[in-house]
Design a binder for this molecule. Structure first.
Ligand code: LLP
Length: 444
């Protein structure tokens, strides 16, 4: 079966596995809801970017976008493979440092960096500040001056290109809060070049997320090229070009995603001969299809035109369906056919630890226990499930755990990184006591 995330997520004897481990075994050992990632899939996704970028003669750096999944084990894995990081807060900088990442490979994006965050990044010695406004430029110059440092900067330019994605995750239109309008960029670069505590090093651009058509990325680059020429004419040479993130992934089995080469090769060709190092800030494409959310069915409740499959994961664990009406493929972990085929049926039953009985496919909404009608993981799905069964919510590695919350006082899920036959617990399950550990009652 051609699942998003395959071949590292695959059925063997009708039981869904991540690499060499059967998901029912992970559920039995670590409980549910559970985020499960494949180390091989993570490494392969980063290696694909790095190998395509090798054809760029002036150097390159993949800066993984930390917001997408900020678990230390994932940051560590990418750091060991030579990746840099794209951060948007002081907290993300601390995570990168805690994971052993090299601050000299960190770019700092975001429209609202505080003075404390700028200072921390200057002290750490990051590669570049992606500056988003004139006010931020002045603030950075001042903070750098106070610390006796020189801040490396690029300006995030907004090329006004429609990325044709969900409006909440489009950032490169002129109506968006992000970046500096292209027309105003040369003047701001001249201003930056005159400030004593800044060193202008690059141009940055990020137009949006989950782009399944690479053409808006290519168009954005075409709009940036004249700016590079203008800056060169004005004696402000650039060392690098940061083309942001945004390459989409396949969420539905019938979707096709562009290859990394489809996306990058035309850009590498346009940039060639300019002496510019290429930086990229991919996130979703590196981790989205390397992870899934494993959940157990609490019960099935008949509704007027469909069943409600009530599971133990909810919008607090994965908010993307509620927030963006995002589609995540949901699959039975043990296929019903397993029950009728001798040995594999026994294996399915054994690993689930429940009796096997026949259930037919029905139309259902997969919902969580949270008190909101928006608390669904998938609607109008056809599934054959009963209470106690396991479901896998696919393509959940990106913006899943990192956007989770404790709404309804629900402890956050545990996270497992599977490496072949070995499951590594990379975040333990929260306890309810963790949730109120920072709170206090007032004196009597
Ligand atoms: N660089 C910058 C400056 C960004 O703002 C982002 C994402 C990225 C890189 C990484 O983009 P990616 O390669 O992952 O598309 N929560 C939403 C997506 C928000 C995107 C925010 N910025 C979702 O779940 O779809």
């Amino acid at each position: 079966m051609n699942l998003p995330g395959s071949p590292h997520f695959h059925y063997r004897d009708d039981v869904l596995h991540v690499e060499g481990l059967a998901l029912p075994e992970l559920a039995a050992r670590f409980g549910t809801p559970l985020y499960v990632y494949s180390r091989t899939a993570l490494a392969a996704a980063l290696a694909e970017f790095q190998s395509v970028l090798q054809s760029h003669p002036d150097g390159s750096l993949v800066c993984y976008s930390v917001k997408v999944n900020s678990n230390l084990a994932i940051l560590d894995l990418f750091a060991r493979m030579g990746a840099g990081f794209d951060i948007v807060s002081g907290g993300e900088l601390e995570r990168v440092l805690a994971a052993g990442g090299d601050p000299g490979k960190v770019v700092f994006s975001g429209v609202g960096k505080t003075e404390a965050e700028l200072a921390a990044a200057l002290q750490a010695g990051i590669l570049c500040f992606n500056v988003e406004s004139a006010a931020e430029l002045e603030r950075l110059d001042r903070v750098a001056g106070q610390l006796g440092k020189v801040a490396p900067v690029s300006l995030r330019v907004n090329p006004d290109v429609d990325p044709k994605t969900h409006p909440y995750i489009a950032t490169g239109l002129k109506s968006s809060k992000f970046g500096i309008p292209l027309a105003g960029a040369p003047a701001l670069y001249e201003r930056a070049a005159r400030l004593a505590h800044l060193r202008v090093t690059g141009v940055d651009c990020h137009i949006g997320s989950q782009l399944l058509d690479p053409r808006p990325h290519h168009e954005a680059l075409e709009r940036l090229l004249p700016l590079l020429e203008t800056l060169a004419e004005r004696g402000i040479p650039m060392r690098h070009l940061d083309l942001g993130g945004g390459l989409g992934i396949r969420y539905r089995p019938e979707e096709t995603e562009p290859t990394v080469a489809d996306y990058l090769a035309p850009m590498i060709a346009s940039v060639r001969g300019r002496g510019l190092k290429l930086l990229l800030e991919p996130g979703r494409r590196l981790v989205g299809n390397a992870g899934l959310l494993l959940t157990r069915v609490e019960s099935v409740k008949p509704g007027c035109d469909r069943n409600f499959v009530i599971v133990d994961a909810a919008m607090n664990d994965l908010i993307r369906p509620a927030l963006y009406e995002a589609w995540h493929e949901i699959r039975e972990v043990v296929l019903r056919t397993a029950m009728f085929s001798g040995q594999s049926a026994d294996r399915g039953a054994a690993v689930r630890g429940t009796a096997v009985h026949k259930t037919s496919e029905t139309l259902c909404d997969v919902v969580g226990p949270v008190c909101e009608s928006g608390d669904f993981l998938g609607r109008a799905r056809t599934l054959a499930v009963t209470g106690g069964d396991l479901l896998a919510v696919l393509s959940a590695g990106a913006y899943g755990m990192s956007m989770s919350s404790n709404y309804n006082s629900r402890p956050r899920a545990a996270e497992i990184l599977v490496d072949g036959q070995t499951p590594h617990l990379i975040r333990r399950r929260e306890t309810t006591a963790d949730l109120y550990a920072l709170e206090s009652r007032i004196p009597a």
